[in-house]
Design a binder for this molecule. Structure first.
Ligand code: PLP
Length: 422
């Protein structure tokens, strides 16, 4: 344990971190080890992303080969690299939209910011410059760059920063009629895009009602609003389909992704844009340039890692596997709902779930106990939800083991609560 490390951790209370830093040293499959050799099952797959599991030599080899050939050459103006072209081709072919174009980024927040800029730029390009407002759902998370911070449905991210984007409006995450009312009350004129997570992740694993997305998509069509799916967590098999939109029968106008596209082996993300939205910039007679570009966009080595990762997902049938395992996941987690410290178990599509604990402090104690027992269980939501999003390679036995470890840790914590009995 070190107290004088200068590394500032993301979203962390640093005085606490200084007392309890955990240094992850290596990984293999669904497990990671700390520097002292303590092994834990990686229940959240790091930050939701390690779809193919840890320690895949194939991805390391692909990245290494690319690094030795040409580490990177910026994808700017007329220049591209072969891995970037190949990855864009694979993604466009699989995309749940017509004639998709692909803009590759270094991560999810980059992709969020580009999506929002593009939505506005599109409407000005088609002579509807009053369409500026971005609508998101309460409790949604869209990364922490400027636009993402502005449009998040979690107010905590704007604490001490205030409003960055004036035209950001939030609606409840589970009531499409609120969006309908907003559009009816003059919103139609001003709303550029509706941005949503197919299943809200960091906000606590929250599912929309069954008819929600079909109605939102319909409203977007009726009112000329771009439907933007933020699949940073949900994409690449997490929900049992390659793209989460497919699971809900959705055809987004813009779809953004990151995490699972490279399983986090290298920073990579991107935006898929339906042909009709790209058209003002791509048509033969267009005079427009999308004034957006990032030095590391479509980074050749990251793209090579992404291609190797997608090849594993396809070869090993991990998308179908996530779908098959969703019933196992539900059956091992559901019994936790009877535990006195558990408020709710949120399961649904694929390998994504949340275990809602009585409060954040209790969840923290469960998480600490689980670590000692050999399970890495991260807190999300308001700190009260334990994230379940394992690598898609996890076995049914390992899912059962994870649930048993969680149950044991819940019992350990309950035993310390005065007057409580299991
Ligand atoms: N969108 C969603 C839904 C996310 O969950 C995240 C990150 O967790 C992001 C965007 C931002 O991605 P990144 O952290 O790669 O910038």
């Amino acid at each position: 344990m070190t107290t004088n490390e200068p590394l500032w951790h993301g979203q962390a209370h640093m005085p606490t971190v200084a007392r309890s830093r955990r240094v992850i040293a290596r990984g293999d499959g669904v497990h990671v080890w700390d520097e002292d050799g303590h092994r834990v099952l990686d229940l959240p797959a790091s930050l939701w992303y390690c779809a193919v599991g840890h320690g895949r030599g194939e991805i390391a080899d692909a990245a290494s080969a690319q690094l030795r050939t040409l580490a990177a050459y910026s994808n700017f103006q007329s220049y591209a690299t072969r891995p970037a072209l190949e990855l864009a081709g694979v993604l466009a072919d699989a995309a749940p939209m017509e004639q998709a174009k692909v803009f590759l980024t270094s991560g999810g927040s980059d992709a969020v910011d580009l999506s929002v800029k593009l939505a506005r730029r599109y409407w000005s390009a088609v002579e509807r410059p009053r369409k500026r407002t971005i609508v998101t759902r309460e409790r949604s998370y869209h990364g922490l760059h400027g636009f993402g911070t502005s449009i998040s449905g979690l107010d905590v991210y704007r604490e001490g920063i205030d409003r960055l984007l004036p035209d950001a409006v939030r609606v409840p995450y589970d009531d499409w009629r609120a969006f309908e009312r907003l559009l009816a009350d003059g919103g139609s004129e001003h709303v550029a895009a509706f941005v949503c997570e197919p299943v809200i992740g960091s906000g606590g694993v929250l599912h929309a009602p069954d008819d929600y997305f079909a109605n939102v998509r319909r409203l977007c069509d009726e009112h000329d609003v771009l439907f933007v799916a933020d699949e940073v967590i949900a994409g690449f098999g997490r929900l049992g389909t390659l793209f989460a939109s497919e699971r809900f029968g959705l055809r987004p106008d813009i779809l953004l992704f990151a995490k699972g596209v490279s399983s986090g082996y290298l920073p990579l993300g991107g935006v898929l844009v339906a042909g009709r939205v790209a058209a003002p910039f791509w048509d033969e007679d267009s005079t427009l340039v999308l004034r957006h570009g990032l030095t590391y966009q479509a980074h050749a080595t990251a793209c090579a890692a992404g291609l190797a990762n997608l090849a594993i997902i396809e070869r090993e049938g991990l998308v179908a596997r996530a779908r098959e395992l969703e019933t196992t996941l539900a059956s091992v987690l559901r019994p936790l709902e009877r535990h006195p410290l558990v408020e709710q178990v949120r399961v649904g599509e694929g390998l994504l779930a949340g275990v809602v604990v009585r409060d954040a402090a209790t969840a923290g104690r469960v998480s600490d106990d689980a670590w000692e027992r050999g399970l890495l269980a991260r807190q999300i939501g308001d700190g009260d939800v334990l994230q379940v999003s394992p690598p898609l390679t996890i076995s049914p036995e390992q899912l059962a083991e994870a649930a048993e470890l969680l149950a044991a840790s819940l019992d350990d914590v309950l035993a310390t609560v005065p007057g409580a009995a299991a």
